[in-house]
Design a protein around this ligand. Sequence first.
Ligand code: SAH
Length: 510
Amino acid sequence: MHSLDSFQHFTDFLLSQGDTILSSPINGELWKVRGVFLEFCKEDTYHTPTTYTDFIDYLRLFQTLSGGSLHFSTNLSHALTSTISRPRLIWINFTTIKILHYRLRGLAPPKKQPARRKEAKSLLDFISQKASTPTVELGQVTRLTVEVMTDFLHKVTARTSLGRERAKLRTFKVPFPQVCSDSKHALQLANSGLNKREYISSSKQLASEYIVHQRIQQARNALSAETYQCSLGKIHFLPILYNHTDVNLGDCSYLDTCHKMRTCRYLHYFTLNPLKSESAMKMVEKDLDYTIGQCFSESFRSITPPQWINCDVRSLPFGILGKFAVIISDPAWDIHMSLPYGTCKDDELLELPMHELQDEGIIMLWVTGRSIEIGRRALRKWGYQISDEMIWIKLNQLKRTIVTGRTGHWLNHSKEHLLVGLKGDPRWLNLRVDTDVVVSSTRETSRKPDEFYDIIERLVGPHARKLEIFGRAHNTRPGWLTIGNQLQGVSLHEPEVKYNYEMYISQNPN
Ligand code: SAH
């Protein structure tokens, strides 16, 4: 019998000899191989096979142990019977020998820093790169195996790559606004573009951006060429000098979201964005070849027009709306602040029959301050697993991070949180296309950035059913159904929903 330990010698032997025992003068002849092996073990003969027969037995066991890593010219059993066609060793699978070597020694493979490989561009590229990596060096095999696995695990899937490609085709590229830093430009443009009569009496509405651009165009000769050119390409904040403005006080910290603009003595600005060129306004979308598991006709199927229902969400039976792939909800949490709309109690929100709206999919819930915890509780109660959290970093009119937020008891809040919940196993989501941070300007009270809709649409695809709860008129969008109590009337296009809603109204006239 041979102990497991005794085979350590043989793997040591094979790895140290390499191919030399296969060629002249040994030529893989087993009696010679045995001789060299005994010579190799001469200091430790305790475990080595004693006779030639014993050596053949030893080889047989080694074959079983190493998964047939030795190749012989004929069957090994002829070694003891045949005198004419004795098997010779003709090939050694060093890869499996090395694996066995480390297993027998109970060792971890040597920690050699892997050379940084060039990033493969495609999966094919990646595999051929692996195939061409030589594996003869001692210890490299096990390392490669782990490495290959890790690489595969971290490699973005074809689905993700396709999702990103598709997003590129479908998405407007909006350059991050370049703001002019030359205050002289803003002053000159204000003189030409803002009509003093409009704002000296601050009861008058300021002109639209388009009119201001027209005025600047007309006054072009009075402006320096540099200022005019700059007005076409960058954002300018034109100072508005109301009668009550005291320039020495500096900028109003609320800027364009100031609630007392008509009396506030701090400085306010008019935002003059560069005129958008026609080509920039055109949708970039080309013919899409990428379908990522969705119906391939989606690129030419029209999207359902915006749909909405004015209602109190607490009394609308959600069952009539059908199921949705994604829900976004910006509840009117009672956060003890004066808000220009009614709010709901925590319990009322928690009691909403959300389970009727979704069997599988994703939900996004806006939360703030105190409601972060209630929001988490609500999601879990509604059967979701909280999978992510997105934030919106708020920018003020001057495109800088807000420092004087209107919310926050101890710190001024400059961001808002969106909890992301997951129900079921929605494999159809386009994963890892967008990030969890959106940096965008504030608008009306509570109004959220449109970027979130774009992110959701990329995540679920244009034709997936999408629902917004607590939405307002400016939130209505193609492909979406919006419900809330500040919407005007009802507009439905999906025949089933329309039918269900009419039935519901006919049975509940009030
Ligand atoms: N996300 C929106 C803001 C939502 S503010 C945006 O981007 O503009 C919350 C909205 O929920 C308000 O319009 C408020 O009037 C509405 N709301 C409050 N209680 C409601 C209720 N019980 N049913 C329906 N809508 C309600």
